[in-house]
Write a protein that binds this ligand. Structure first.
Ligand SMILES: [Zn+2]
Ligand SMILES: [Zn+2]
Length: 340
């Protein structure tokens, strides 16, 4: 079992998980990954019948699954046990109790972002909603990360479409910082900073890529990486799990459109899609005083980060990201992709 270690200087948690290093695909190249037997497919290319399902969505008018959620075979956190919070000298330490689940959101092995259908994306968001809501019932968990890596360069280590959910007993520092900043903005202006960003982007228009009835996709003003994209619901909503079936269809529609445009402009790049969520409200002692503002101050959203360029200067060493593509240029390229 791994452990969570708290850095008293940066005030960040690190998950030390030696078991993950034994994952056979942890250190292999893309070519090696594509040639390995797929754990989600049978030898004949059908669905692996031995997969343990926590949650399933079937194909329309069929008993065959379109999506399965299964426990991660190499979990970064284990579901059994107690947190065992303790001090280790000046350091804080807790057992890495959590849930690490894999969402197999398509049984079409090896598809890239250009291959996803709106139905598959809709199923993915439905699974995110149901699993995040279910994991909230476990009072040990304070936050759930939900994300999808596509392509080995984005960290995908199985060449079969999948997403991941990681429920954890701590709130990552970066998430707390976002909550505190949103709460501070709300306390000062009595407005949601994300709603204000939407208003600003709609006024300037130059970074907007695509809109549908309920969602807007744009290149963030201070993008740290080339072709970074955010998708916001236009109506204020702090809680992703409140999303309706109709809104999930709209979210799938805009994601599908963004994938299509990225695929045309960048040639199906590897990317990471991350759901930006608030901490679980009921499970969190409000030490830092932001939870009471979340309903008004936070606005769930999605960030997409394609892997498209190697930076010439190490952003890690320099402590600042150097982005060689302006968000205005990125948005222009993506906006001008011809409609099918
Ligand atoms: Zn497969
Ligand atoms: Zn808002």
């Amino acid at each position: 079992m791994g452990e969570l270690r708290y850095n008293p200087v940066t005030k960040k948690w690190a998950l030390i998980s030696p078991e993950r290093g034994t994952h056979r695909n942890s250190y292999v190249t893309k070519d090696a990954i594509t040639s390995m037997p797929c754990p989600f497919c049978d030898k004949d290319g059908g669905i692996n019948k031995k997969l343990r399902s926590i949650f399933t969505i079937n194909l329309p008018e069929s008993s065959a699954p379109a999506l399965i959620v299964t426990p991660n075979k190499y979990p970064a956190m284990g579901i059994e046990g107690s947190l065992n919070r303790h001090a280790y000298g000046i350091y804080d330490n807790t057992a890495s109790i959590g849930a690490h689940e894999v969402i197999i959101d398509s049984f079409r092995h090896g598809i890239d972002i250009s291959g996803y259908t709106e139905d598959e994306l809709s199923n993915l968001y439905t699974a995110f909603k149901c699993r995040i809501a279910d994991l909230e019932k476990d009072i040990r968990f304070r936050y759930t990360a939900a994300f999808k890596n596509i392509g080995a360069k984005a960290g995908e280590n199985i060449h079969h479409p999948h997403a991941q959910i990681l429920a954890m007993p701590v709130v990552p520092t970066i998430v707390e910082e976002y909550m505190i900043k949103a709460a501070d903005y709300y306390k000062e202006k009595e407005r949601c900073i994300y709603c204000d960003i939407i208003g600003q982007e709609k006024q300037y228009k130059e970074r907007i890529i695509f809109e549908n009835y309920e969602f807007i996709a744009f290149a963030p003003y201070a993008s740290e990486h080339p072709f970074e994209i955010s998708i916001y619901p236009k109506q204020h909503e702090h809680c992703f799990t409140n999303i309706s079936e109709g809104s999930i269809r709209q979210l799938a529609d805009i994601t599908h459109e963004i994938f299509r445009r990225l695929s045309q402009v960048l040639g199906s790049p590897a990317l990471t899609l991350a759901l930006r969520l608030a901490p679980y409200k009921n499970n969190r002692p409000d030490y830092r005083g932001y939870m009471q503002y979340i309903k008004d101050a936070f606005h769930w959203h999605i960030d997409i980060r394609p892997v498209v360029a190697k930076l010439t200067t190490s952003s890690w060493a320099a402590n600042i990201c150097i982005n060689p593509v302006s968000p205005e240029d990125a948005a222009k390229h993506l906006r001008e992709v011809n409609q099918l």
